[in-house]
Design a protein around this ligand. Structure first.
Ligand code: Z5A
Length: 203
């Protein structure tokens, strides 16, 4: 079982992933659930994460390729082995991030990137929780943290295109992608997510 958490920067993914992880552990046992994230959550992945978030990249495709390298290693070192062991994998950011940021955000072609996903044999999530928050609220949350990374510095217009991307993806895959109103309080959002997990896991 693969569950992904998506949304623009500052949507509350890490906050909610922690809570969802606790719920899943309580229900299925610590040894049967893993919580991971992209980019970088694999042995050696910190190097790529740093490159992606802190380095100026010149070629328009460098960013895409680095995210894909990161995913290849993450999927085949962490995600697939856990799925094969029957574990529930909770992953912050995954393929929909690439579509929302690199296709809608940067303007790269959708079909080519989807072909690369297929070719790379990335497993398709069973459920994607899209935390949707108004842009101004997200920016406020990011700014309150202080220093911005390279992608966060791209500003409101970029983030607005990324949000449009998530909207399109939700409309395209309504059975897999659930929109969660992430402008509510942490506890309210967590409660909605608990319901979604309940529905998924009782089948
Ligand atoms: N990226 C990409 O372009 N292509 C790809 O394929 C992939 C990624 C995989 C990864 O950054 C970057 O890589 C990301 C997309 C791009 N863009 N950027 N930059 P990251 O992993 O460092 O950052 P992130 O994924 O955007 O996470 P984040 O900025 O840390 O946000 P978050 O996890 O969604 O939010 P949070 O840390 O849980 O909460 C943010 C703040 O809001 C924090 O102070 C919380 O206490 C507060 N918060 C959370 N929830 C609430 C509610 N409900 N009310 C009020 N305040 C809240």
């Amino acid at each position: 079982m693969l569950i992904t958490i998506e949304g623009i920067d500052g949507a509350g993914k890490s906050t909610q992933a922690e809570k969802a992880f606790a719920v899943l552990k309580d229900s299925f046992g610590r040894e049967n659930v893993i919580w991971t994230r992209e980019p970088g959550d694999w042995n050696g992945g910190n190097l790529l994460r740093k490159l992606l978030l802190d380095t100026e990249l010149s070629h328009p495709l460098s960013e895409l390729f680095l995210f894909l390298v990161d995913r290849c290693e993450h999927v085949f070192k962490v995600v697939v082995p856990a799925i094969n062991e029957g574990k529930i994998v909770l992953c912050e950011r995954y393929t929909d991030s690439t579509l929302a940021y690199q296709v809608w955000g940067r303007g790269l072609p959708l079909e080519r990137i989807e072909d690369l996903f297929l070719w790379s044999q990335f497993p398709v999530p069973d459920l994607t929780l899209w935390l949707d928050v108004p842009l101004e609220e997200a920016i406020q949350r990011i700014n309150s943290r202080g220093r911005l990374d390279r992608i966060e510095s791209d500003g409101l217009e970029f983030l607005s295109r990324v949000r449009d991307g998530y909207l399109h993806l939700r409309d395209r895959f309504p059975d897999r992608i659930r929109r969660v109103d992430a402008s509510e309080s942490v506890d309210e959002v967590s409660c909605i997510i608990r319901q979604e997990l309940k529905i998924l896991l009782k089948d």
